[in-house]
Design a protein around this ligand. Sequence first.
Ligand SMILES: Cc1ncc(COP(=O)(O)O)c(C=O)c1O
Length: 363
Amino acid sequence: MSFAIPSAAPALRLARFSAEIRAAVERVLASGRLILGPEVESFEQNLAAYLGLPHCVGVASGTDALALALRALGIGTGDEVATVAMTAPATATAILSTGATPRFVDIDPRSRGMDPVALESAITHETAAIVPVHLHGSPAPIVEIMAIAERHGLAVVEDCAQACGAHINGRKLGSFGQAAAISFYPTKNLGAMGDGGAVVTHDAAIAERIRRFRFYGMNAAEEAVSWGTNSRLDEIQAAILSVLLPHLDAHNEERRQVARAYRVGLAELESGLPPDLPGAIYHHFAIAAPNRERLAQRLAEKGIGTRRHYSPGLHRHGAFADRSANLPETDLLAARTLSLPIQPEVVLGCSDRVIEAVRSCLS
Ligand SMILES: Cc1ncc(COP(=O)(O)O)c(C=O)c1O
């Protein structure tokens, strides 16, 4: 189904920078260096500097970034990793791929992120790590989560797939945990023209392990010395991301502008509006509406695309089913969540149409 106002349109964002992107792709083609070359190195350095971290390692996707970060921290078979069920399936897929088991913790409805109180009571002897998710580009209560992790001696890998550029009082998300995973999936705020991801970290040893893991487990002398896989960011994606990174803050600010308009226009939703945190970058603008299915249908009839990020919670997906999980806040939000178009190129000049349509459906 095609929409006048689609839920996202990455091609429109890329079109804004078409000349620069074409020049960057031409440069890579002319160089003949297509994998792990100067474009990846320079993008890694620039992204690390942007986030205020010393190390960044480009990999093939956000899912791989999470899985490789967990492996670099020694997480594997027999371990449990505490995370949330209100997230993309990729968060739990990555945990499972290491041999560990995801243990779902409920969210705090105020932040829609992991509830620190629920986290503390979910920790067992098997818990080895925590993966908080900065859902929709909005900070999870990471300061409280880090304090709990330190008390229990647990590693933290922040899932920043949706949160590149978001911050708490100026400190970028991704700089709180031992490592963080970022996704460059095309719809992301910093999205490539294909798949890509990165791990960022303060820890040189973690970065060094991930560089090895992403390239068959080989050291600098090309001897395979450990477990490894093939998970490389390619030169073309890195060159495109280097074009887009300097524009990320302006892009995120445009998303905040749309979010402000939605907050004013849809004030009647009250607690159904997403958390209003100054450092959020609005990867999604997810409202909570009791009549979600009818609202989505009516908006579709008016040419407005919406998505359900995320419904149902992961504890109800076959691959991760956790019958013992009692997650009332996750279930409540999952039944109501509906993401309105927020990408600036789609909706910056026409957020009024979305507001009017939602208001007329609600009344
Ligand atoms: C919260 C979250 N975690 C992880 C991922 C995985 O990223 P990728 O699709 O790049 O593997 C995504 C991507 O949608 C995501 O939204």
